[in-house]
Design a protein around this ligand. Structure first.
Ligand code: G3H
Ligand code: ZN
Length: 286
């Protein structure tokens, strides 16, 4: 069923595993992720960036596509449709009214007080509709769609500010920027585990780790131990599906039926997602 993230993340936090947010870009991504979740008996979060929503037609199209697949595939595991890095109150409101069950308001580029005021406004509307909210503090580096943060502007979240934001806004989960990066890492990731622990201890909210692509398993496990209950993965699925398309088209240069190369791409995404669900410990938890 379609649900908010609230309960799935609270349960994950209490049972020391993380639910994956896998970003969707089109029908095949959505199919693959839902199939993986059902096969693995795992709760799942479908991440939708503003750019990806626009690409697919709009928020309404996304919601109806997901609802259609939940029925056609007889999906019984909990599924959330989550706006990823929502950039304004208006965009969050649009997603909520279109039927999204969860939103992220990314006010991380604003000064603290403005981030808090904006996040609070989103929480009021969202909770009225039974929709969960994720907020961010600090700045996650790298690039995701139109969201580009230069290395020099990437910043680690400050624990006292995190406590203040969480207490004043009433968000359901929280993404402190702690050195993770959107897209491939240049070298080994350097995650701020001490701060992660401190932030979890002071907020006791489920924490979110963005930039899940390319983080070594030992760091994933450590993050989960320190309160991370949601891990976002996008680039890794994009890489695995693009690789499969290249292979198929290289092998069969005369192929033109999209089902013949997007079908295998869908399989590649599904395999990648299943691997993550096992790594995050969410398999068998639905
Ligand atoms: O918000 C989405 C994620 O943080 C995805 O990051 O593309 O590096 O896996 P990634
Ligand atoms: Zn992100």
């Amino acid at each position: 069923p379609l649900v908010s993230m609230k309960e799935m993340l609270d349960v994950a936090k209490d049972n020391h595993y993380a639910v994956g947010q896998f970003n969707i870009n089109n029908l095949e991504f959505t199919q693959a992720i839902l199939q993986a979740a059902q096969e693995e008996s795992s709760p799942v979060i479908l991440g939708v960036s503003e750019g990806a929503a626009k690409y697919m037609g709009g928020f309404k199209t996304v919601v109806l596509m997901v609802k259609g697949l939940l029925e056609d595939y007889n999906i019984t595991v909990p599924v959330a449709i989550h706006l990823d890095h929502g950039s304004s109150f208006e965009t969050c409101a649009k997603a909520i009214h279109a039927g999204f069950t969860s939103v992220m308001i990314d006010g991380s580029h604003h000064p603290l007080e403005e981030n808090i005021a904006l996040t609070k406004k989103v929480v009021e509307l969202a909770h009225f509709h039974g929709v969960s909210v994720e907020a961010e503090l600090g700045r996650i580096g790298g690039q995701e769609d139109d969201l580009i943060v230069e290395d020099a502007d990437a910043a680690y979240a400050i624990p006292s500010e995190c406590k203040q934001l969480v207490e004043e806004t009433g968000v359901d989960c929280f993404a402190p920027a702690l050195g993770s990066v959107h897209g491939p890492y240049k070298g080994e990731p350097n995650l701020g585990f001490d701060r992660m622990e401190e932030i979890f201890n002071t907020t006791s909210l489920p924490l979110v780790l963005h930039g899940g692509t390319g983080i070594p398993t030992k760091d994933i496990q450590k993050a989960i131990t320190l309160g991370t209950s949601k891990i976002n993965v996008n680039t890794e699925n994009q890489i695995s599906s693009a690789k499969r398309v290249r292979e198929v088209l290289a092998e069969k240069p005369n192929e033109y039926d999209p089902r013949k190369y997007l079908g295998p791409a869908r399989e590649a995404i599904k395999e990648t997602v299943i691997g993550k669900m096992r790594e995050f410990g969410s398999s068998g938890k639905a």
